[in-house]
Design a binder for this molecule. Structure first.
Ligand code: HEC
Ligand code: HEC
Ligand code: HEC
Ligand code: HEC
Length: 151
């Protein structure tokens, strides 16, 4: 086969290229979900899917309604930047119906943030667990909602 006087191997190469690019374009048109690129390089409908999931966290302010003592205390002390749920775990279900219960952490939660670790900023208060009143349960000497306070 000779087309525009081109050598046959070039014509075949062109046909193969057109075949590959063409099947790519067809597959793209068929397989791309309709909401893709609605807002950006993702499926627009993904936002609706995520919004339909049940929320996990209630947020700090939501706790104030029923636990204003703890809320006020926490916001005055050294832990004021922490959210409640960082220690108590996700609590949306509990804010909707208190019977759902809430995790009450033990002192083991403290070492997650305060155990000495060279990768943490120097300004963050850290203790070497084995040296800092070894064997003591942190809450014997620190109030979790106001950590500088002595219980
Ligand atoms: C609608 C009111 C309400 C909201 C909002 C609420 N709680 Fe509670 N919470 C309660 C009640 C009622 C109890 C049970 C009180 C009791 O047993 O003394 C409780 C108990 C608790 C307990 C103690 C559990 C135990 O085993 O002793 C913790 C911890 C707690 N809530 C944390 C939170 C946190 C954190 C939030 C915010 C994410 C929150 N609560 C939001 C009403 C609420
Ligand atoms: C640094 C971790 C931490 C943070 C942040 C924190 N809590 Fe607690 N919370 C604890 C621990 C630990 C206990 C258990 C105290 C105990 O057993 O003596 C507790 C106990 C409680 C209790 C049970 C009653 C009591 O006072 O002992 C409630 C209610 C509570 N927290 C609510 C909150 C709320 C609301 C917030 C946010 C405003 C909050 N907590 C933030 C660690 C924390
Ligand atoms: C989610 C991380 C986190 C957890 C969990 C946590 N802390 Fe803290 N703690 C902090 C931050 C942030 C500060 C603020 C100062 C800093 O960066 O060192 C702080 C400050 C402190 C201070 C110094 C208070 C001051 O006013 O100078 C003490 C003491 C302390 N925490 C004890 C505890 C104890 C006891 C527990 C367990 C009940 C605990 N922390 C759990 C993050 C945490
Ligand atoms: C027997 C009492 C006692 C026990 C138990 C105790 N602490 Fe302390 N903690 C203190 C005292 C007193 C200070 C202040 C002086 C100092 O640094 O020794 C302090 C200071 C701290 C500080 C601030 C350090 C700094 O650089 O300013 C942190 C963080 C801390 N403790 C966390 C904890 C944690 C986490 C636990 C549990 C593993 C714990 N503590 C157990 C008495 C105690």
């Amino acid at each position: 086969m000779r087309l525009f006087n081109m050598p046959p191997q070039i014509v075949r190469l062109c046909l193969v290229t057109i075949g590959i690019v063409g099947s790519y374009l067809v597959a793209r048109a068929v397989l791309t979900p309709p909401s893709f690129r609605e807002y950006g390089f993702f499926r627009g409908d993904a936002l609706k899917d995520i919004m339909a999931l049940p929320p996990q966290y209630g947020g700090k302010v939501s706790c104030d309604e029923c636990h204003s003592d703890q809320f006020t205390k926490l916001n005055k002390g050294g832990h004021k930047r922490l959210s409640c749920e960082v220690c108590h775990g996700p609590g949306y279900a509990h804010t909707q119906s208190p019977d759902a219960g809430m995790h009450k952490p033990t002192f083991t939660v403290c070492s997650k943030c305060h155990e000495a670790n060279p990768s943490r900023p120097k300004t963050h208060k850290q203790i070497v667990l084995k040296e800092h009143y070894a064997g003591g349960k942190c809450m014997e000497c620190h109030v979790p909602h106001s950590p500088a306070e002595v219980p």
